[in-house]
Design a protein around this ligand. Structure first.
Ligand SMILES: [Zn+2]
Length: 181
């Protein structure tokens, strides 16, 4: 489907990823490993791995988006689908290819994902065999928080690491809440 690639460039992107057809399982829930595996398997300098945030939104008019998921009152949670969430995807020939996002878009027709990158990796930047999760988070954990961490804390830490990209995305998009005016 390639929703983030301009129509005229889709054929080229498909060609770069042609080896992937039917061979590659997009396993739900682990965008990090899926996107890293695409780079490790492609071995093609045009295919890169990106960590950042994505935001599931719907367009209400051209250029104006609202979060797909929102609450009637202020959201109390730091880690919530109403905000941009840490995510990984690929750049192919400079275009966003989000296999995980496409997978989820099949479930929520009429919505889209906005992406904001925090760090882009080429094949040679990736650890051999990849990392089980976010590379930025792994590096941060090794520096700041060695040892075991329970899953809720992990999610909060991940949100914290990607806060810069998340703030940038929210600031960039004109988001008109339903309850404004
Ligand atoms: Zn929320």
């Amino acid at each position: 489907m390639l929703p983030d690639v301009p129509a005229g460039e889709r054929a080229e992107v498909r060609k770069i990823l042609s080896w992937l057809d039917g061979k590659f399982p997009v396993c739900a829930g682990n965008c990090w490993m899926t996107a890293q595996a695409v780079v490790l398997m492609a071995k093609d300098s045009r295919v890169q791995y990106v960590e950042g945030v994505s935001w599931n939104v719907k367009q209400i008019e051209p250029g104006r988006y609202v979060p797909l998921f929102q609450h009637d009152s202020e959201c109390a949670s730091e880690v919530c689908v109403c905000r941009p969430l840490p995510h990984a995807w690929n750049l192919v020939g400079g275009h966003i290819v989000d296999l995980q996002g496409e997978f989820y878009n099949w479930r929520f027709p009429g919505t889209e994902y906005l992406h904001e990158p925090l760090k882009t990796y080429s094949l040679e930047d990736l650890p051999v065999g990849g990392v089980e999760g976010s590379i930025l988070q792994k590096v941060w954990m090794e520096e700041h928080h060695p040892g075991l961490v329970n899953p809720e804390d992990r999610a909060a830490i991940c949100q914290h690491i990607f806060k810069e990209a998340s703030d940038r995305l929210v600031a960039r998009e004109i988001v008109r809440r339903r309850y404004d005016g």
